[in-house]
Write a protein that binds this ligand. Structure first.
Ligand code: AHR
Length: 520
């Protein structure tokens, strides 16, 4: 692909200008070829008992003046329904390996201490039944993480029976007595969380022994009765570029016998250029912008690294890589409670989310699930709440933009990304993917990483005729623009259209933006 001379005019930018040259980009879509299925579960969410992720963010209690249905806030439910959340991972995180499910069922709830997250008191008012009520209200499926670190296999098996066994069993009767006679579904079962770290600092060999027992005994009684394999077991896998768990779990899986198996391997990989996380979520510089985006692009390398190992043991790609914790991890906002991991969310973070969705899509034949951390009020949140107020973040709007990618089919593209240079960092100027949605409509998702220069994008479709190119774009005044309770619409979605001429579509893609266009 040849790079054409620059024609774009610098967009108004409040950041100090450095010489930058806009380039045209041609994206050639191979409409004859078909890539992998893109699971809707790439857009999974994560809700941990952490800070205000649950209490305040999802649960306000039935007596609250904040509008709610059975204690679950209505505004948050409506926002999440709109983006068709496919699954919610719960109850943690590190919290999961210290969670005892019996504390959170029935009329008498125990108050415990959330030792991982700020030492906050945990009233356990929100437990299993409330979680299922919540996901039912938003139309999502359950991704339950069982306690491998400090719980017993019997405890996990009992929880599974409580959730999935029918009313003829005592476990089912207990659930019915707590208000839910019907069996719950467990779509994904996370067998532990970060067992290499907060989940117990286990050697991979020790974890694998526990994994085999959980994979066998944490039974899904729905499946036992129907014979359908509806639940996917997700083993703890690697952290970032550490391959020890990848090797150990996949070697065990490859040598498995009939008595146990897994369907997924977890990868946790945050965008955090320095530990402890210290970069601010607001009023950051362009240097930070470039550093964070260049760090996030490492996701591609990490997925490749682990996929290559998985391919050696599983060439048929039966086991999915599930990136069930990802997102940007920044300094906690000043004035917020330490340990609650509250950070603002800027246009940059929305761009970061889009880049990750594009990476997941390119690896869609292996990456079949992902859960951004976290859904409400924690880390790279989609939604922020403050008492009765709620605001949608740029990351939320990217989820809305990418709705047509849920269960779509990837269509291969070729393009020369050009460059965005900041100091010593050289990033791609643009990113692009294409996919056919469930109705057959072709979409192109475009990201312009350059904070100053718009790009003219030419989309070539070969012999395929197109009569219209319409969609929406997310941008804002600055890469550090944020939505606040007082100014909730600083970064939102606006219409964008391409010019169609002779089978080619041309789009002016604003600086620092994400766009998804339907080509019809
Ligand atoms: O998402 C916050 C924490 O990050 C999770 O609890 C843990 O799994 C990870 O280390």
């Amino acid at each position: 692909m040849t790079r054409r001379p620059a024609v774009a005019i610098a967009a108004a930018a409040l950041l100090v200008a450095s010489p930058a040259v806009a380039q045209d980009v041609t994206v050639t879509v191979n409409t004859e070829a078909e890539g992998p299925h893109l699971s809707r579960h790439l857009f999974g969410q994560f809700a941990e008992h952490l800070g205000e992720g649950i209490y305040g963010g999802v649960w306000v209690g039935q007596d609250s003046t904040i509008p709610n249905v059975r204690g679950i806030r209505t505004d948050v439910v409506e926002a999440l329904r709109h983006i068709r959340v496919p699954n919610v991972r719960y109850p943690g995180g590190c919290f999961a390996d210290e969670y005892h499910w019996r504390d959170g069922v029935g009329p008498d709830r125990r108050t415990t201490v959330n030792a991982n997250w700020g030492g906050a008191l945990e009233p356990n008012t929100f437990g299993t039944n409330e979680f299922y009520d919540f996901i039912d209200q938003i139309g999502a499926e359950a991704f339950i993480s069982v306690n491998v670190g400090s719980g017993t296999i019997q405890e996990a098996a009992d929880w599974m029976a409580y959730m999935t066994a029918d009313e003829q069993s005592s476990a089912g009767q207990e659930r019915a007595a707590n208000g839910h006679p019907e069996q719950y579904e467990v779509r994904f079962l996370g067998i532990g969380n970060e067992s290499w770290g907060c989940g117990g600092n286990m050697r991979p060999e020790h974890y694998v022994d526990l994994l085999k027992r959980h994979a066998r005994f944490d039974r899904n009684y729905n499946a036992a009765q129907t014979g359908e394999r509806t639940m996917e077991r997700v083993a703890v896998g690697p952290s970032d570029a550490d391959t020890r768990y990848t090797e150990a779990v996949m070697a065990a899986w490859a040598g498995r016998d009939w008595s146990w198996s897994i369907e997924g391997l977890s990868l946790h990989s945050y965008t955090v250029p320095q530990w402890p996380p210290s970069l601010p979520s607001t009023e950051f510089s362009e240097d930070d912008y470039a550093l964070i985006l260049s760090t996030t692009l490492d996701m591609d390398r990490r997925i490749r690294l682990h996929s290559e190992i998985m391919d050696r043991y599983d060439p048929e790609r039966e086991v999915a890589l599930v990136v069930d914790e990802w997102g940007v991890w920044l300094a906690e906002d000043p004035g917020t409670q330490q340990g609650f991991l509250q950070q603002q969310n800027s246009l940059r973070d929305g761009i970061l989310a889009a880049l990750n969705f594009n990476i997941f899509a390119r690896h869609g034949d292996r990456v079949r699930g992902a859960n951004i951390a976290q859904m409400v009020n924690v880390l790279q949140a989609l939604i922020l709440t403050d008492g009765p107020r709620m605001v949608l973040t740029p990351t939320y709007y990217v989820h809305e933009l990418y709705l047509p990618m849920q269960d779509a089919t990837l269509v291969p593209v070729e393009f020369d990304a050009g460059e965005y240079v900041r100091g010593a960092l050289t990033l791609p100027g643009v990113d692009a993917i294409a996919f056919r949605d469930t109705t057959g409509t072709l979409h192109v998702a475009l990201v312009n990483l350059d904070p100053r220069e718009e790009r003219e994008i030419a989309i070539e479709l070969g012999d395929r005729s197109v009569s219209s190119a319409h969609g929406r774009v997310m941008t804002g005044a600055n890469v550090n623009s944020i939505n606040t309770f007082d100014d909730p619409d600083a970064v939102t979605l606006q219409p964008i259209s391409g010019r169609v001429s002779g089978g080619q579509v041309t789009v002016q893609l604003p600086a620092k933006s994400v766009a998804v266009l339907a080509l019809q």
